[in-house]
Design a binder for this molecule. Structure first.
Ligand code: ZN
Length: 127
């Protein structure tokens, strides 16, 4: 089981704690601001939706009289439970961006560098 660790100091963080602070958590050791990587949340959301859809279909078939109330409720609960569970299993942490730094376009002087003298040698490869 891969624990959620701080990418800065490798301190383990509880999965439940990370999920509780879904948008971010401070590392208790180094104080680094962390956030759940977006990939894990996307996967958990998709999985939750998929399970919710399955539950909704199953519940719709099972309780024909009750219309759409209970299936929707079940699907809603399933989505919340499953997405949280998947997030606990898949979430990884990354350093949260402190502030958006707009670095200027640094594309000056591209060509004409060091990769021009590799023609006449013919060496197979360095050992
Ligand atoms: Zn840390």
């Amino acid at each position: 089981m891969a624990a959620r660790t701080c990418p800065h100091c490798n301190t383990e963080l509880g999965a439940a704690k990370v999920v509780a602070f879904t948008n971010g958590v401070d590392c208790p050791k180094c104080g680094m601001r962390l956030e759940v990587a977006s990939g894990g949340r996307t996967i958990s959301t998709i999985t939750g939706l998929a399970v919710a859809a399955i539950v909704w279909r199953a519940a719709s078939g099972a309780t024909g009289d009750l219309g759409g109330v209970l299936p929707t409720l079940y699907a809603f609960l399933s989505f919340g439970i499953i997405s949280s569970a998947v997030l606990m299993l898949t979430a990884t942490l990354r350093n949260a961006p402190a502030e958006p730094v707009l670095e200027p376009a640094h594309a000056s002087g591209g060509h004409g560098g060091s990769s021009h003298d590799s023609g006449s040698g013919g060496h197979g490869g360095h050992h």
